[in-house]
Design a protein around this ligand. Sequence first.
Ligand code: T46
Length: 134
Amino acid sequence: MPKPHLVDLQILRDTAGFIGVVEGQELLPFDVKRFYFIGDVLPGAVRGSHAHKTLDQLIIAVSGSVTIELDDGREVEEFTLAGPSSGLVVPPGYWRTLRDFAAHTVVGVLASATYDETDYIRDYDDFLEWAHGR
Ligand code: T46
């Protein structure tokens, strides 16, 4: 089963700011069908709390920082994204919890499929049953 991992992103900085680039098979081991972004997260708020059965993602804290907890039903691993110089590749099958958003954080997500609610598992007990039956 593919594992979540951090990847370094290309940041081209000059006196007028920076441009971040995401390209290539190592950073994006899937075809991108959708880009979405998350912002205005209130202090203490938690997002995620679900798993995807088939969706691949690359998650980037374009601005600010966030902690992402990934649970495969057996082990839990925690990643912190602090700024745009790294991204988190998340394969299908991980229960994710996004928390500890710094003020004004914007999280961008490149995803392998268009939105499909039937790809979500939103109940943790259902997730454990699904994960242990894989
Ligand atoms: C993930 C984290 C990082 C849509 O209508 N279209 C979309 O493309 C998305 C992503 C969501 N929605 C609707 C579905 C829900 O009614 O927006 C509402 C909130 O969606 P969701 O529960 O997916 O939001 P998050 O921020 O908890 O999670 C999202 C991604 O779904 C998830 O895969 O990893 O961002």
